[in-house]
Write a protein that binds this ligand. Sequence first.
Ligand code: FMN
Length: 366
Amino acid sequence: MSSALFSPYKLAGLELANRIVVSPMCQYSGNDGCANDWHLMHLGMLANSGAGLVVVEATHVERHGRITHGCLGLYNDDNAAALERVIASCRLRGTARLGIQIAHAGRKASSQRPWEGGGPLKRGDDPWESMAASPIPFGDNWHTPRKVTEDDMACVQDAFCAAARRALNIGFDTIELHMAHGYLMHGFMSPISNKRTDQYGGSLDNRLRFPLSVARAVRVVVPKGVPLGARITGSDWREDGLTLDDAVAIAGALRNEGLDFICVSSGGVAAEIRNPTTPGYNVPIAERVRTEVGVPTRTVGLIIRPEQAEEIVARGQADLVSAARAFLDNPHWGWQAAKVLGAEVQRPPQYARAGPKLWAPAAAKL
Ligand SMILES: Cc1cc2nc3c(=O)[nH]c(=O)nc-3n(C[C@H](O)[C@H](O)[C@H](O)COP(=O)(O)O)c2cc1C
């Protein structure tokens, strides 16, 4: 049986062994933006999960663009050196290619870690001023962000470029711009959070002006052949928010800026909005983006079973499939998927005595 999920894929100049991607997952465990032994363990494990690509968590381009005090950054050389140690180890010991998501948290900055409540930082917790397209809080009792000025836009754009340069210097194979989940870029795109009356607000073209400018600037930094993409919010899950049609238009506009792939996620624009809980809830959006824009497309969201992931790729609904929580639950999810789908997956030599060598004789004796 040949598996679509385990077929190789070429993303721009990057060869991936299969279509499985570990979704970026904040660990809220850094020290002033620097990765440490937690990240070495966490990413080291995931680099040997069977996924063709592991995307490192939202890594922030400015110190005040972090979500929490524990979030990673690439806003200075210390951050880069700390992450380089982790990435070098993953590359040496692991089987996956390595990507990074670069981000600015916008009005969701200055937050508590999830296990501290996930709300806005309180006085005494060293909060900082956040900024966003419009001075509208993320939710009830959240801080009011400062409205982004054109000078701020220039600084943020430069910071994205500087972070991309650092990411390339420390050896990442691919870079993803975080343009989803209510953070700064998506905050500009969504009519729920962007109420500006200047050239950065109003029509979708205007709301896209700043995010597209960032994409254009980062594309200049990232050489052709190194995949540069974006994660977008395919639906705000509210009538007055971004729709599936908008997702197609946004993906097309980003593709026209030279981006190589789009990851279709959704939600996150306001505290009270909930995502659907149906398996593969973003798959229909991804399918439309892939079909109508013709851009390499990844998707994510309650993709848990190997057969489900296989079907998404086999039916052409997405080129690549991401999972987040399934990998937290089982860091060898890719190995399990290979077993279920009868496919080959690369393992480190230290573990070669398990896998088919273990099951085949055991199964014969059953
Ligand atoms: C612990 C955790 C941290 C996350 N951090 C990020 C992140 O850094 N960037 C991002 O785009 N999404 C992040 N997400 C969202 C996931 O990447 C994914 O889109 C979401 O969990 C849905 O996929 P799943 O159903 O496979 O978990 C995070 C999710 C979890 C569970």
